[in-house]
Design a protein around this ligand. Structure first.
Ligand SMILES: [Fe+2]
Length: 285
């Protein structure tokens, strides 16, 4: 291409789209190219800085695998995942959403409502229970909950060779009243992984690497939009500094202490234990 200049390169690139480009793909790529060029001009990016960025992306690919996606982590750390999530949110008629994060694994073992997810894990024991409902409050029986959290050491099982496979990951179908319940250990605050380019980015920005304690949920039912969300421990010290910007007001909940042994007996727990009661609302598809 002759007569290319720094002034006309953006228009030259945008002019290469054939007429039959998919309209949505054209819209997305046109905007992406414009913004990337604007960014390069804005900071007068040097060749060395561009190379640093390309090297970071290369290493993000190198460290990623089917159960660990460094690109999702980088998107999370830059607030991009959260922005996408907020733009597509179901609230106020359904439960607020929160990003999926990089640690979801599908096809976890099935657990009956009321079942135990604690197994051999150490930690403070408690129960999470509630319902999956329509926005009008009608129960959704047979909804599939996918639940995952870290162990007491702050690591998910897929990045910790010392944990058994599928530890603290379960799927559960709601009962006839749309009810679900499971016992587990109280989630803990944790730092994002420190061995990849995501961590280096945090260092450049001088940011804290912590996520407040949370449980992840992905909930699906026929005829409803899938819900990806998290429940946070409301008094966690990092509740207002989540490094991936996932906290929403309605998702910060009380992990209240219950001292009744009679209540604990229902779940084979020892009092005192903590309990969370939360009803999820799904939006119609
Ligand atoms: Fe998490």
């Amino acid at each position: 291409m002759k007569n290319l200049t720094k002034e006309n390169v953006t228009d030259k690139v945008l002019g290469t789209f054939p007429a039959d480009t998919n309209p949505r793909e054209r819209e997305i790529l046109t905007s992406l190219i414009k913004h990337l060029h604007l960014f390069v001009r804005d900071v007068s990016l040097t060749t060395g800085e561009w190379l640093t960025a390309m090297d970071g992306l290369y290493r993000a690919g190198e460290i990623s695998n089917p159960v660990r996606n460094e690109f999702i982590l980088i998107s999370d750390l830059l607030g991009v995942s959260s922005l996408v999530d907020l733009i597509n949110d179901n609230a106020p008629i359904a439960t607020e959403t929160s990003p999926l994060g990089p640690f979801f694994v599908k096809d976890a073992p099935l657990l009956e409502p009321g079942g135990d997810m604690i197994e051999e894990n150490s930690g403070t024991q408690g129960v999470v229970r509630g319902h999956v409902l329509t926005p009008e409050g009608k129960p959704i029986p047979g909804a599939l909950l996918e639940i995952w959290q870290t162990a007491e050491n702050g690591l998910y099982e897929n990045v910790d060779p010392d944990q058994p496979k599928s530890n603290l990951r379960r799927r559960m179908k709601t009962g006839p009243e749309g009810n679900y319940a499971f016992t587990t250990i109280q989630p803990v605050s944790y730092q994002v992984p420190d061995d990849g380019p995501g961590w280096e980015l945090l260092g450049m920005m001088g940011r804290n690497p912590w996520r407040p304690a949370h449980l992840h949920f992905k909930i699906s039912a026929e005829g409803f939009r899938p819900l990806v969300t998290e429940l946070f421990v409301e008094d966690d010290p990092y509740i207002d500094e989540d490094v991936v910007f996932g906290v929403r007001n309605s998702l910060a909940v009380s992990f209240a202490t219950n001292s009744s042994q009679q209540d604990a007996d229902q779940f084979n727990l020892k009092a005192p234990f903590w309990q969370v009661e939360f009803d999820f609302k799904l939006q119609s598809a």
